[in-house]
Design a protein around this ligand. Structure first.
Ligand code: HEM
Length: 205
């Protein structure tokens, strides 16, 4: 097991981060191509909203999985920023599609939805929590804040991703297996941080 892990870590060390950024752009490129080809079904706006929300959640959960995998011996830390920022970018696009294409920038209706629909409020809160993390995802911001304050701030990712997963569960009138699976995965990855000597007490986020 150890030699395989060492070989894999050797490979990961040599791998630059740009392929992860590139890979992150693939679902978006496919979505743009499907939009241009008119291949998004009878309700293209809803389809766009759903796909962008789902990819956002997938990348955010992937970023949450990095630290437990590091504990398991896989050196993936250098890819975490790309996964988190990509997740944020998809969620931001998801939000913009809702704002501009779904709600047509009708502000009173937007404000009404935020108040009346709990799942919108939960999603919005998750998005707002992610904004400072995206803004401080550069090396300059880490230097400015110092590693300790930066790490503390970036623990906002935990409630943000949990709220994102909850938002997904809350959407339907009935709970769906896939939304529950995303929530269970998120809860599992967060629970690992509570293990003695790990996340909440330890150094890594
Ligand atoms: C971290 C933040 C967020 C995440 C991870 C997220 C994720 C998701 C996911 C996974 C879906 C379901 C996709 C599907 O049906 O397959 C969804 C749907 C949706 N989200 Fe979000 N979302 C977030 C924030 C937001 C925000 C800020 C808004 C608007 C204020 C929003 C509005 C919606 C709407 C309107 C739907 C479609 C509901 C329907 O089916 O009618 N989301 N989101």
């Amino acid at each position: 097991m150890r030699p395989t892990l060492d070989r894999l870590n050797g490979l990961l060390r040599r791998l630059p981060t740009w392929p992860v950024w590139l890979l992150g752009a693939v679902p978006l490129a496919i979505l743009v191509a499907r939009t241009l080809a008119g291949d998004l079904g009878p309700d293209p706006v809803k389809a766009l909203e759903h796909e962008l929300g789902l990819w956002g959640l997938r990348f955010l959960i992937a970023s949450l999985a990095v630290t437990p995998l590091v504990w398991a011996g896989l050196r993936l830390l250098k890819f975490r920023r790309a996964l988190g920022v990509t997740g944020f970018a998809y969620v931001a696009l998801h939000f913009l599609v809702w704002l501009a294409l779904d709600m047509g920038l009708r502000w009173p209706q937007i404000a009404g939805d935020l108040v009346k629909r709990p799942y919108i409020l939960v999603g919005f809160t998750a998005f707002v929590l992610l904004i400072p993390l995206a803004l401080t995802s550069t090396n300059a911001a880490i230097r400015r804040l110092g590693p300790l304050r930066w790490r503390r701030l970036h623990r906002l990712a935990w409630p943000a991703i949990l709220l994102g997963a909850l938002h997904f569960v809350m959407i339907g009138k009935v709970w769906t297996w896939d939304s529950l699976a995303y929530l269970a995965l998120t809860l599992g990855l967060l629970a690992l941080r509570l293990l003695p000597g790990r996340g909440a007490q330890g150094k890594s986020a």
